[in-house]
Write a protein that binds this ligand. Structure first.
Ligand SMILES: Nc1ncnc2c1ncn2[C@@H]1O[C@H](COP(=O)(O)OP(=O)(O)O)[C@@H](O)[C@H]1O
Ligand SMILES: Nc1ccn([C@@H]2O[C@H](COP(=O)(O)OP(=O)(O)O)[C@@H](O)[C@H]2O)c(=O)n1
Length: 672
């Protein structure tokens, strides 16, 4: 997951290959609650691992439920219709799929519970559900603003002989919450059939359909008359199905369907394969496929998969009632940027009460990209920018809303080849923590991937600076010196002295270096050598093998492979002069020999290695001399490099300076 302040996505040409989607949020949280309420143990496979599911799991633990999670597999010991903890204070973040059904289930079970979330959760209405629960005898009180969480739940005096009325035109989650909770009462001795009447037109019916299907999996068959009356038969009770698989998330699929439809078609490529969900999915958002087809996407489907590529181009503008796909419809708004005229998405009033006011947010951000946007109480109309001259490089605010961030990434497919900045990319953690990684794994940039080079003499702080810049930008990091150190070590292991007579053999080793990098660690031929390549002797060997032109040539391809989306920071001696000569920012980092010797001394002492400053200084000057005077790629500043002497600067000051240089070269307007 990208944990950076912002993420810059270079312009993208297309996507190809295959992507496997994470589990559905709606199904995951419903299944977790049902598994907790039922009798027996349930193993949940392919569970989504995200902020919202973590919130639900924590709540279930707080209620005394046995919960074991191992990646995407969870084993839940059902409570058998009783909360084991009669009192609890539950923090539910911004997860509507946890707040609503837990409120209903706990209100029906009774106890002393408080349910709260982040400030935005306290602005999301829940009054219609509370009204319905109070009418049937539950005790639910507001702890803050009436009509909104936080809530306090007490003991109920249930009256279930009359039909229960619930509004269906604000959020279908209220009905879902009651449908999940009331079977807990239907199984009690002497209980009658429980009838729920929906007041107003029920929106988001497909989500209710998911609820009904999952209830059936847990042994409760609800009878439905149209979409207005639901009957839970007396005697219903929850029974574990033993094991259950969560389908991949159809809403998450929408971003890749859109990306496939926006991709330039290339010879020999067969579009993007999306695994984990097919057109026969039980999730309502799969109907996004039809909407994407209306806009021109070329989509085929099989059991549990979809394949997408560009069909009509530009996309066709649409005028569509999106009530049946409220979440995925946001993706249509992003696709509308590429249409042949204005597109109107209607009947989307529910957008206003989601993670943020999504109509207002979408209008503001699409305007920044150059679109003309009209918004109404329950619709949005988007006129796309001129494909070549109308686009702007925008820094998109994401409102702590995962879908705003994922939709924003689709702006990177613009033909003007402008990058797009996504602020707070971490917000995708709500439903799809690895969204950007998944996108970058299948995406191809339409411009060279941005590279920042940091070259300079030994112990000037290149590694420290470059890895911190990479961390701050979410870029990959290449420690090119490590490749020479690895080559030196591989030569030693093969019994080869780093001398000219062995150059050809050492170059052969370098060409097929069996190396693997992990965060802060490195392996050579399967054995970890993170520390072994850091000794001064290994540094000296590295310096010697690096003087051989054929070794440098052999390592070139490997170094180029590090330049992957979204970008790279590379440190070494010749990053800016030889390896990445077209890099948009080159920094030549220096510091006085005395300071460098002192830093290296401190670094070694802190690792428990004894060292002498005078001999370190002599060594580094010898290394400087060899690196500077060798014929092959000598150490020197590229002509267009910016010089940074950090003798008197702290690490932070150096980092801020380089970030400021980088920002100054970006085309983004600051976000208001
Ligand atoms: N600007 C700086 N001020 C003070 N110490 C620094 C600075 N930059 C790096 N250092 C320290 O100097 C040591 C050597 O830095 P390193 O990044 O390993 O250098 P290089 O990669 O250039 O050989 C490290 O212990 C690091 O913390
Ligand atoms: N791009 C690079 C990186 C390192 N090197 C060589 O490899 C040796 C080890 O690199 P390093 O970056 O780990 O070394 P230090 O700067 O930490 O001493 C250096 O002394 C250079 O001689 C190179 O020639 N070209």
């Amino acid at each position: 997951m990208f944990d950076t302040e912002f993420l810059d996505i270079p312009a993208l040409r297309g996507v190809h290959g295959a992507v496997r989607l994470p589990g559905s949020k709606s199904i995951s949280n419903r299944v977790l609650l049902l598994a907790a309420l039922c009798e027996g143990q349930t193993t949940v496979h392919d569970l989504l691992d995200s902020d919202d599911t973590r919130v639900m799991l924590d709540a279930l633990r707080a209620l005394g439920c046995g919960v074991q999670v191992d990646g995407t597999r969870a084993v839940i010991d059902g409570l058998g219709g009783r909360a084991r903890q009669p009192a609890a204070d539950l923090f539910l973040g911004n997860a509507g799929t946890a707040m609503r059904p837990l409120t209903a289930a706990l209100a029906v079970l009774g106890g002393d519970y408080q349910l709260r979330g982040i400030p935005r959760m306290h602005e999301r209405p829940i009054g219609d559900l509370v009204d319905a629960l109070q009418a049937l005898g539950c005790t639910v009180d507001y702890l803050g603003t009436p009509g909104y969480p936080p809530l306090r739940i007490g003991q109920p005096q249930l009256r279930l002989d009359q039909p229960i009325a619930v509004r269906g035109d604000v959020s279908s989650q209220f009905l879902t919450a009651l449908l999940l909770a009331l079977p807990l009462a239907a199984g009690q001795p002497g209980a009658q059939d429980i009838v729920i009447d929906v007041v107003g037109e029920l929106i988001s019916q497909p989500y209710v359909e998911i609820t009904l299907q999952l209830l059936a999996r847990f042994g409760v068959r609800v009878q439905r008359q149209g979409w207005s009356r639901f009957t839970i038969p007396s005697g219903s009770h929850y029974q574990s199905p033993g094991a259950i698989h969560v389908e991949a998330d159809a809403s998450s699929a929408s971003y890749f369907i859109a990306a496939g439809a926006l991709s330039e078609r290339a010879e020999g490529q067969n579009g993007l394969q999306i695994d984990g969900v097919g057109e026969d999915s039980i999730q309502g958002d799969i109907r996004f496929v039809d909407a994407a087809r209306l806009m021109g996407a070329d989509i085929v489907s099989g059991p549990n998969w979809l394949r997408v590529r560009r069909g009509a181009w530009p996309l066709k503008a649409i005028d569509l009632d999106c009530n049946h796909i409220p979440d995925a419809a946001m993706t249509l708004a992003a696709m509308a940027l590429y249409a042949d005229g204005p597109s109107t998405l209607r009947n989307i009033a529910s957008w206003r009460v989601k993670e943020t006011d999504r109509i207002a947010a979408m209008a503001t951000e699409l305007r920044k990209l150059g679109a003309t946007v009209e918004e109404g109480a329950d619709y949005i109309r988007i006129t796309p920018p001129d494909p070549v001259t109308g686009w702007r490089a925008a820094s998109l605010h994401t409102y702590d809303d995962h879908r705003m961030a994922m939709c924003g990434s689709l702006a990177a497919f613009n033909a003007a080849c402008l990058p797009v900045r996504i602020e707070d990319p971490r917000c995708v953690g709500k439903t799809y923590p690895d969204y950007f990684e998944a996108l970058f794994a299948v995406a191809e940039a339409s411009v060279p991937v941005p590279v920042i080079c940091v070259d300079g003499p030994t112990a000037s702080g290149k590694g420290t600076l470059a890895s911190e810049i990479a961390h701050r930008l979410g870029y990959h990091y290449l420690d090119s010196g490590a490749l020479y150190r690895l080559t030196g070590l591989a030569a030693r292991q093969a019994g080869l002295e780093p001398e000219a007579v062995n150059e050809a053999e050492i170059a052969d080793l370098a060409r097929a270096l069996p190396v693997r990098f992990g965060p802060g660690r490195v392996w050579l031929a399967g054995a970890e050598v993170t520390d072994a390549i850091r000794t001064e002797a290994a540094g000296m060997d590295a310096s010697r093998v690096s003087a051989f032109p054929s070794v440098r040539e052999a390592l070139l391809k490997l170094q180029h492979e590090f330049a992957r989306l979204p970008g790279l920071v590379a440190d070494g001696r010749d990053m800016g002069t030889q390896v990445f000569p077209f890099a948009p920012l080159k920094v030549f980092l220096t510091a006085g020999a005395a300071q460098r010797a002192e830093r290296r001394h401190k670094q070694l002492i802190s690792k428990g290695i004894s060292a002498n400053i005078a001999s370190l200084r002599a060594d580094l000057q010898a290394r400087d001399a060899r690196d500077t005077h060798r014929a092959a790629s000598p150490l020197k500043a590229a002509q267009d490099a910016l010089l940074l002497d950090n003798s008197q600067l702290s690490v932070d000051e150096s980092v801020e300076q380089v970030l400021a240089w980088w920002q100054a070269r970006q085309p983004f307007q600051a976000s208001a």
